[in-house]
Design a protein around this ligand. Sequence first.
Ligand code: ADP
Ligand code: GLC
Length: 487
Amino acid sequence: MHKILFPVSEAYPLIKTGGLADVAGSLPPALKAQHCDVRLLLPAYQQVLDRAESPKKILEIYVPESNAHVRLLETVLPGTDVTTWLVDHPESFQRPGNPYHDDNGRDWPDNASRFALLSRVAAMLGLGSTNLSWQPEVVHCHDWQTALVPALISLASRRPATVFTIHNLAYQGTFSAETFETLHLPGKLWSPEGLEFYGYLSFIKGGLAYADHITTVSPTYAKEIQTPEFGNGLDGLLRHRSTQLTGILNGVDDSVWNPATDDNLVANYDASRFPEKQKNKLALQREVNLPANPDVPLLGLVGRLVSQKGIDLVIGALRQLVQMQLPFQFVSLGAGAQEYEHALAELMLKYPQHISVMIGYDEAHAHRIEAGADMFLMPSRFEPCGLNQLYSLRYGTVPVVRGVGGLADTVIDASTASLADKSATGFVFAEATVSALVETLKRALDLYQDQAAWQRLALAGMAKNYSWRTSAEQYLHLYGTLIGTRT
Ligand code: ADP
Ligand code: GLC
């Protein structure tokens, strides 16, 4: 039974801002189901403490370089039997707002020291330098917040293997060079081959330069990030590490995202009861104050309102669809950049018969949009994997996506040929332009008029099986290889 430590900055249902939490809430139980002894390590944010089942202190750790006394609390990931350790340091983690920024969207000024502390505790547990008797064979880290762990661990002679998963290369944890000093990081790590990035301190380079193996969350994104277009300045390093860089697709957690059992819906359904989906559409139209009409195609969007997600393309396309007087409705849920929030809210005021926008974060509503919409928009500029298109496929809500990253790996465009051989599952376009999105939406709205063809397309998506079991098998294989090469 492999022993894996899984340090991460968010995990559903304890704390979630995006897909990283979905992965950290689903992959560990999937690994556990395959007889892997996996332990999650998370910051004890206030919200985590509120939601965790009776956390109990198992250890006190002094972290000298951070001058921090930390309590390690043990609980389980709710709804699972995955042991979860919480790094309790109130000064760092107990504050209102989001894990990464305050209520006004400003990054917490002490993010470097907060996540260095999380990483240091992970490294100490990884190296067995605390009083805990459990020691992992692999430490599997995620994104910049835990990327220092492989760097810190690399300095020890007897050490576990390290895996670093890139969920999003655009967020790198870049801080001033002085921060390297104030964090008291080992001098050996400061070099262009190490944590230095053009004179700055880069947390993510800790993972990219020092992990034994790097994964990302789709095969296509694994290739894309080795190019200047998607590499965010790190493509050279990633090319250098290409033999230790692989893509493993995310999956869908059936216990959370399943239209047959989802208790957020007014009517449950599956492929054999597909017409029941209509009830969710009508309920959604009523809920968001759009005319309740089963025949008008309803477009949905849920996500962070940031440039990555191509929100500007959606705004431009919506304006054109209204001008062209095409029959459609649009419902969205999300929060993010103010310019997008304002532009969407303005469209809703101007076209209340067509457009309904909710600014904010609401998990139950996200489920109702997935179930009630006819199609789901994800015109991302880049998308490491994307979970919403997988949920859409599962819910028979046809995804309209840009063919990048995980979207390219999971959605098959409805061409004449793919419709004929029934392999089509959605609509895919190439150029990140408003006109390309509009053309694709016109194709989708056209096909929607042929309800039999539309239903075949939706059912083909529902028949896809992106399970965490498959992904967990691939991670286990990787762990096994790494452990094998170390012993
Ligand atoms: P990313 O991680 O880049 O944000 P993903 O598609 O991988 O994109 O995952 C996003 C996850 O966050 C999905 O589970 C989605 O439903 C959820 N989500 C995003 N925004 C919201 C919101 N405003 N309200 C509820 N859930 C949201
Ligand atoms: C990131 C990516 C998203 C991915 C998620 C989980 O937030 O933007 O594409 O699905 O991580 O891996």
